[in-house]
Each structure stands twice: as structure tokens, then as C-alpha cells.
Design a protein around this ligand. Sequence first.
Ligand code: RAT
Ligand code: ZN
Length: 412
Amino acid sequence: MNTTDLRHVVQKAVETAKIVDVHTHLYPPCCDKLLLRGIDDLLTYHYLTVETLRYGEIGPEKFFALPKNLQADIIWDVLFERRSPVSESCRGILTTLNSYGLDPTSESLGSIRTFFAELSLDEHVDLVLEKSGVKSLVMTNNPFDEEEEPHWGPGFIKDERFRTALRIDDMLNSPQAALKKLEQRGYNVASDTGGLDYPAMKKFLSDCADRIKPVYLAASLPPDFDWSEGSAGYGILRDVVLSYCEESGLPIALMIGVKKLINPVMGLGGDGVGFSPVEAVAKLCLENPHVKFLVTMLARENQHELAVTARKFPNLMVFGCWWFLNNPSLVEEITRMRMELLGLSFIPQHSDARVLDQLIYKWKHSKGIIADVLFDKYEDLARTGWQVSAEDIARDVEMLFSGNAKEQIGIK
Ligand code: RAT
Ligand code: ZN
């Protein structure tokens, strides 16, 4: 294959690849209003609210007190009408609108709103999944979320495009409050000796799992999570969560490096990032060889050590360029480095979409970069005399966008 053909074949294979998106914040259509969608939800995504508030034209308290459509008007005005929308989150809006055939330079926000208002929920879901190439996606399902948990039941897991993940941050990061909630739900988690009753806590996990059939358990951890033997969070992680994972065969996904609410007034946009100890991940993988770990880290400075660690542990699957790393320059750097160290044994990206339509831009942008990196790697191979066929390329691309994920989380 000559260089032009190679580029074309790689681009086509990536463009048409079906995706298994291993981490999102979306919900199945049966949850109705919980599933965010359309232009006002796109504009008020927390990535964009903080960018707007940086310009200081309105204070956070006043801004967040406004109804969503007025917040969206302000964001549109500040970021798109009075400045060029050069940030990644802004570009994402434009890519998304463009894919619907909407031209925001000639159309008003009003007519864009009308376009979305005319889509039924089911039509909207089908359209986005088709446009983005997402075949199935994994949600974030928190048993302590009072809005979401009442939806749990057979209807919640009927649509196989929407897979569940049992999110247990509260049990690890604020064990006291979580334990209180478990007691209220009838789990006697305080043992007679004054310690914790781990079997009762495991029973809670297994009851949750029976209700939603998760493909993995998951937690986001701060950079200063206390990994020492005596800490409550670590004890629960090891003796409840990992023990349950080993018994059930479910993987654990750890998302490490978020400093929660460094500016509380910013709400979901108020979190920061910090450097975390990768040796803690290595220790977990070493001590729990039968547990599958899916790990993503938030700090750019953690990426190399994490990839090196994954070389040593077949039970460690690195995934995604998470949150503040999901920017083209960083996705490119990280993907290139991972491919050089890990070959094709990683999951290059997840969307983290909170709004349905974001699947379109998050995947379009990431796919473009992953295709470029892959093309460069095949070109390097060609220089050694190793030729890849179109079938080889299709096989590799399938692994990166769905195969590795399916294998990890055990879905077809
Ligand atoms: O990307 C995000 O929207 C973050 O706010 C978080 O949800 C993060 O991805 C998480 O899952 O904790
Ligand atoms: Zn997330």
C-alpha cells in the first residue's frame, strides 16, 4: 500500500469503527429527563460554564441562580458571539451542530432550539448513536443518587445499548456518611466489635448488582486518597470492593486524580487535578492478580508511569484521556506514548459525555487524532519493510474502539 492509500484506509477504518464507550454519564431513554440532550444542555455543560465565568461578566452565584435557558443565552453570547470559540469545549458545540447540518453563523440560537425541540427522545437517541458510531456505552450508576436510583429495575437495563456501572465513590471517599446510609437501608454494617461488618457491605454491593447487572464497579479517587493499611477507605476498597470483584468476576474501574471542589461555587465545574501515586495502582494489581483493573488518571504527569506500570500487569487496562486531558494536544501525546509502550493493549478513549449530543463531537475529535497516530505507526512499520493489509488495519482498529473494551467488561 502506498502512503496515500494507507492514509485513506486508516482514516476510513477509524471513521466507520463502531464504538464501545466505557465511561459516560448518560441514561437510557426510559429515564426521560435524566438524559440531558439538546442545545441548552450542551451549552450549560460544566466545561463551558467555567470558561464563561472566567471573563467575569457575571458572578457564579448570580449565574447559577438563572434558569438553564438564560444561562445558555449568556454562554452563547460570551463565548461564541463576542469572542472566537477556540477552546475544545466550544469547538465541540460547533462540530456537533455541524453534524446536524446546522450553521450557527447563519442560524439563531432560537432556530437551533427549534431543531432539537422537534426531535422525540427516541429519535434523538437513535440519531446520535448512529452519527457518533457508538454501539454501546457504559453509564455511571450511583446507588446513593436520589434522582437516579428510583429508576433502577428491569426497565432500566432493558436497552442493551446502555450498560450499567456501579459507582461507589461514596463508600471509599466518605465512608462514614455512606455507612450511615447503608444502616438506614437495613444493612447492619457496624459489627458488634465496633469495627465494620464487611460481609454486610458486600451484601449491599451484590444486591445493587442484582438490580442493575453492572459491567464493572467504579470509583473516582482524589490524589491524596489514603492508601495506608489502617485507613477506612482503603480497608473497604480491599476487603469489600476488591473481594466482591474477585468473587463476582466484575472488573473495578479506578479514576484517580481529581481534587474535588477546589472552588465549590463552580459546582460540577469546581474540581481540580493533582498528581497521584501510581505505585498504589501497582500494589493493587500485584496483590489482586485475579481482579481486572481498568484505570485512568487525570494528571498529565501520571500518564507515563501508568503506561509503564501497565506493561508489568496484564490485569491492568489503561483507558481514556480523562476530562482535562481530553484536549487534542494531550490526546495526541498520550495516545502516541501509550501505543509505543503498550502496542494495541489499551482503550484509547472514552467520551465522559454528560449530554447525549456530546457523543458526536467527543468521538469525532478523538477518532481524528487516533487515526493520525495509527497512520504514523504503520508508516514507521513500512519503513522497516513490514506491510499492513487493509484486513490488519480493520482488526487493529476494532480492538482499539470496541474489542478491548468488550473483552474487559465481558459484553458481546
Ligand atoms: O467529566 C466530567 O464530567 C467530570 O465531572 C466527572 O464526571 C468525572 O468524569 C467523573 O466521572 O467523576
Ligand atoms: Zn465521568
